[in-house]
Write a protein that binds this ligand. Structure first.
Ligand SMILES: Nc1ncnc2c1ncn2[C@@H]1O[C@H](COP(=O)(O)OP(=O)(O)OP(=O)(O)O)[C@@H](O)[C@H]1O
Ligand SMILES: [Mg+2]
Length: 268
């Protein structure tokens, strides 16, 4: 916030580490007279899990949509790997390795796990069959299994329709797809909101696994214990302002809640 009460925003660079993979600088977004985001700065480093929390309407989804190109900022800009970028759609951001996973829009339910992982990127048969553009199913199946195994995702039948999977398994497949295609940043908007405790825990583990592959993760969630457990840093939005950038080791669930409600600002 511009009133001098905010905690420092933006992590200090770690000496010797590569720079941030994704940055937002001075991003604001208006909806008519509603200021959904006000001069927001963030950065996500490779292999870092960053939590994004805030009350209903704080601006979290708006920020995620701007980061993936589904919405454009009213002012401010984005930087990927040090380059200023303008995203007109999620297709533009995907080309720069940014993938977004929503709870319900993640997968085509009529298609199999393998087909979902390869959607739009199918392998074709080589050799004299190449010109017939025949899909190479055995190779795709093998690759899909390897991808799921590398992330410790337990789905035994990759030929099963995704509509038959549980919510948590669907989320896991969506995350696996993002990782398989070399995503550098994964944006997750409340991935565990509709999940049972066990499934939410599995997605939590998966987030850690993804980060170990060097992917930067931005996780929007209302589940404070999970955010505190999973995230290296926690960003707090309050009515469109980024009011805190907290390191896990230096904060508690109670502190985070104080920032979300604004009580931490009053206390200072
Ligand atoms: N398409 C839109 N048109 C008009 N106003 C919008 C639109 N999208 C978001 N807003 C407004 O912007 C503000 C931020 O909304 P946003 O969806 O980003 O909040 P959020 O932090 O994701 O909340 P929640 O936790 O409830 O998902 C709210 O006041 C909301 O009403
Ligand atoms: Mg939201």
């Amino acid at each position: 916030m511009s009133d001098g009460h905010s905690a420092p925003v933006g992590s200090a660079p770690v000496p010797g580490a590569p720079g941030p993979v994704l940055q937002a600088k001075g991003v604001s977004r208006m909806f008519g007279s509603v200021v959904a985001l006000n001069d927001v700065n963030i950065e996500i480093n490779p292999g870092e899990v960053v939590g994004l929390v805030g009350d209903n309407g704080a601006g979290k989804s708006t920020l995620l949509k701007i980061l993936c190109g589904a919405l454009q900022p009213t002012s401010g800009h984005l930087i990927v790997d040090g380059d200023p970028v303008v995203f007109h759609s999620p297709k533009d951001s995907r080309e720069r390795g940014i993938e977004v996973v929503y709870q319900d829009l993640a997968l085509a339910t009529e298609l199999s796990v393998t087909e979902n992982i390869f959607l739009g990127r199918e392998y074709r048969r080589e050799g004299f069959l190449k010109r017939a553009h025949i899909i190479d199913r055995p190779r795709m199946t093998k690759d899909a299994r390897t991808t799921l195994e590398s992330l410790a995702i337990e789905i035994h039948n990759v030929s099963a329709r995704c509509g038959l999977l549980s919510g948590g398994q669907r989320q896991a497949v969506a995350v696996a797809r993002a990782v398989r295609w070399g995503s550098r940043v994964l944006l997750l908007d409340e991935p565990t909101a509709a999940l049972a405790v066990m499934e939410a825990e599995k997605i939590g583990k998966l987030v850690g696994e993804v980060a170990r592959h060097g992917v930067g993760v931005l996780l929007v969630s209302h589940n404070m214990p999970q955010v505190h457990q999973l995230c290296d840093r926690i960003l707090v939005l309050l009515r469109g302002h980024m009011v805190a950038d907290l390191r896990r080791g230096e904060t508690s669930v109670e502190d985070i809640v104080m920032w979300i409600t604004g009580a931490a600002l009053v206390r200072k």
